[in-house]
Design a protein around this ligand. Sequence first.
Ligand SMILES: C[S@@+](CC[C@H](N)C(=O)[O-])C[C@H]1O[C@@H](n2cnc3c(N)ncnc32)[C@H](O)[C@@H]1O
Length: 278
Amino acid sequence: MKDVSIREVEKFWDENPLFSGESNFDPGTLEFFNDHERVYIEDVFAGHFNKEEYIPKQAAGNRVLDLGCGIGFWSATILESYPAVDLYVADLTRTALDMTKKRLNIMGFDASFSKQNAESMSYDDAFFDHVNCQGVIHHTPNTQACVAEIARVLKSGGTASISVYYRNIFLRNWRFLTPIGKLLNRFGGGLKGRGRQNIFAQTDVDEITKLYDGDKNPLGKSYNKEMILEMVKPYFHVNDVFLNFFPARSLPFKIPHSLHRFLSRKQGFMIHLSLKKS
Ligand SMILES: C[S@@+](CC[C@H](N)C(=O)[O-])C[C@H]1O[C@@H](n2cnc3c(N)ncnc32)[C@H](O)[C@@H]1O
């Protein structure tokens, strides 16, 4: 994998915020955010979004950081679940912060917004009770530094909810599955917008994880369970680990709901960790 700078990562996400090119609605409108929520829950989480698995009670009424906010799905969810949370919203890009601010404003919520690089944040030590960081640290050059930073800004006993791309059975065996990938591609499989229509035609597995976010995305790493546990072990006690995220909308055919849910839990493309600072 070639060396990528944080500036390249920032430029990409500034120009291509999450879900851009995918919705028929104008970015930043209520309809756009509703469409994003629907796709996230129905398609990516197989219609089963148990908020408590991601946002522990520890967050309620406390100081929480949504790190790498994207277009604000998690910030909105945190405030919907626990309106008394003192929410801090951070991202590497201005575009993401602006989009999240719009999303929260539409919903009548507010938060403290700050441009931050997760590899080196400006927050004080032991400042937060909970950090939410979904689908972020696999996009940045120094993922291990992000884990150390999340631990640093958490109070002792504070919790974190982190997810990264997971090398599931499909990615692990992609070299044998490329003929099936080519067939899926031929029959219209792929993702809308951001140059992702040929995602199934890729032969290099690292290209697939990068391409999920767009053909100009400079970085998207995937991990197996041992690798990610090794990264968090020095700082955290692991409360729970599970898989999620199966974007069935990329397939050229519909799959039954039960199969979608099964694939999400057993062969999801993300691994989620519920952590407690040790
Ligand atoms: C795939 S999106 C995920 C957004 C959101 N967490 C979600 O799950 O909907 C990745 C986000 O991480 C941000 N990001 C990437 N590297 C980052 C870094 N080093 N520090 C902070 N944010 C970063 C990007 O700007 C982008 O908004």
